[in-house]
Write a protein that binds this ligand. Structure first.
Ligand SMILES: [Zn+2]
Length: 519
């Protein structure tokens, strides 16, 4: 690294910084037909006549000007454009900006120097300007940039913060042109000025030093890829690659496609997956994979892509009504099953199942298989939790028979019954993704007999959790299906109303029987 003190001074930087602030104020104070003016920039004072004398000849000589707050004027002494402000109520003004300038060190090294410039306008004295260098970024061909910050006159690597808006000093471009490693890197406006105008110029050339590929990437028009490099998004270059497809870790025949799509990042990552999985997707397959990639979490996608036969998967998902353009199901419903499907595949992969087996990859009943996999993959952890709750809330199972007599019922293709034990409540919560089994609250109440957890299920699938109900006596406290949603809300509201009515009737019959016995 070149010695910090060896850097040439930046010629004219203070003057240039000063010129970036165009604000000049003429403060005025009226007295009679005159006003005294004070220029914030040159500091001079002068008087103007503010009202007509009635004599056209005199008026012309007096050069009448009426000062009005915020109106434009010109200083009569230094001739700068300015605006009027009444001197009385002015509290002071403050502006600042960051300026970046670049210098060539040698053909493979370059330094960006960042200045902080301020303008402070006070009343009754001249405007104060400052311009201090606070950051230096050293770039070197194929290396990470090194940043130094000015901490009370010492250059340290500890950051004092970075800014995102910079003005670029024009000499920077001349210096870049002189530097060997930048010689062939075209200035790509679309990339270098993508955010905040020219502010990205520095980041653009920092990236261009670190990644010599920038030249080729920009020249072929892969601007999204260039932007990713500038924005420090992960690109995953192969450091030992020579040709572009090796560098990018994609198949050679994919380069023209990627160029056509201007280096689209998603596409590049897909092509990287394709190569890694040693696949050669057809156009049809690629369209399907793109759609999948848009919707599946990257870590799941990464794991599954090796096994996916895109056309087969699309057909399968269409058949299940969960392909992305399907309208057979509501979006929420399709999305839920889709999520469970990929969740299921991930669990299968994690558990070491053979995903080349179609029976595993394309199951008959996603919801059921997902439920089974949830049970299997969380079994250990679940076992522990279930043992724990069974010990802590023993009355749930002890009271089951009694509660079942009171609460079990069946009607219209549905059954309802109390939980057999605490473990069942935990499982219900897991499978339906709601909170009934996650916290101890409901089990505690059930155990104490304050309120009870009931399971409402399809009579045809009595083992599959569907709706969870909390009941106190004969009144429903709350009910929820999967993900805290209420499926067919009005139907089940009515169903539960009939049910609680039935419970009240049962209770009264029991009372009557008792009364008859004792009588
Ligand atoms: Zn002036």
């Amino acid at each position: 690294m070149k010695d910090m003190n060896d850097l040439k001074p930046v010629k004219g930087i203070e003057k240039w910084a000063h010129d970036q602030f165009s604000r000049v104020i003429i403060f005025y104070k009226r007295h009679g037909v005159y006003a005294t003016c004070h220029c914030s920039e040159c500091g001079g004072y002068y008087q103007i006549r503010t009202r007509t004398t009635g004599d056209p000849f005199e008026d012309d000589l007096a050069n009448i000007e009426k000062p009005i707050r915020d109106e434009e004027t010109k200083c009569r002494l230094c001739k700068r454009d300015a605006i009027f402000k009444p001197a009385g109520c002015f509290k002071g003004e403050w502006r600042d900006c960051n300026i970046v300038t670049g210098q060539k060190i040698d053909d493979n090294r370059f330094v960006f120097r960042v200045f902080y410039a301020t303008q402070k306008i006070y009343k009754d004295c001249r405007t104060a300007y400052s311009c201090n260098e606070y950051k230096r970024i050293f770039t070197e061909s194929r290396k990470k940039p090194v940043r130094y910050y000015n901490q009370c006159g010492h250059w340290m690597k500890t950051s004092i913060g970075d800014n995102y808006r910079y003005l670029v000093h024009p000499s920077t471009f001349k210096e870049i042109k002189k530097t060997g490693m930048y010689k062939y890197v075209p200035y790509c406006k679309e990339v270098a000025e993508q955010y905040y105008g020219e502010s990205w110029v520095m980041d653009y050339y920092i990236a261009a030093a670190r990644y010599p590929d920038m030249e080729m990437i920009v020249k072929t028009g892969m601007i999204y890829l260039a932007s990713a490099l500038v924005a420090k998004n992960p690109v995953n270059f192969n450091p030992r690659g020579r040709e572009i497809h090796n560098r990018l870790r994609i198949q050679k025949e994919r380069v023209p496609y990627l160029v056509k799509e201007q280096g689209n990042n998603m596409l590049m990552r897909l092509f990287q997956f394709e190569k890694k999985a040693d696949r050669h997707w057809t156009d049809e397959e690629l369209e399907i994979v793109k759609e999948l990639f848009k919707h599946i979490y990257t870590d799941i996608f990464t794991e599954l892509i090796r096994y996916i036969n895109p056309v087969r998967m699309k057909n399968y998902m269409s058949k299940c009504g969960i392909w992305y353009d399907e309208e057979r199901m509501s979006y929420g419903q399709a999305n839920k099953i889709r999520r469970e499907y990929f969740d299921y595949l991930k669990m299968r992969a994690d558990a070491g199942y053979d995903l080349t087996n179609d029976i595993i990859m394309y199951p008959n009943d996603i919801v059921r298989r997902h439920a089974e996999m949830v049970i299997e993959s969380e079994k250990k952890e679940l076992d522990k939790r279930m043992k724990n709750v069974i010990n802590r809330f023993p009355w749930i199972s002890r009271d089951y028979r009694k509660l079942s007599e009171k609460y079990s019922a069946a009607a219209a293709g549905y059954i309802i019954r109390p939980a057999k034990d605490a473990a069942e409540i935990v499982m219900e919560g897991r499978l339906l993704h709601h909170c009934v089994g996650a916290s101890d609250t409901y089990m505690k109440r059930h155990n104490k007999g304050e309120s009870f957890i009931l399971f409402l299920r399809k009579a045809s699938e009595p083992d599959i959790p569907f709706i969870t109900v909390e009941i106190e006596g004969e009144s429903i406290i709350q009910w929820y299906g999967a993900y805290d949603k209420k499926p067919e809300e009005s139907f089940f509201d009515a169903w539960l109303k009939t049910y609680t009515g039935e419970l009240v009737k049962r209770k009264e019959e029991k009372k009557d029987k008792k009364a008859a016995k004792t009588a």
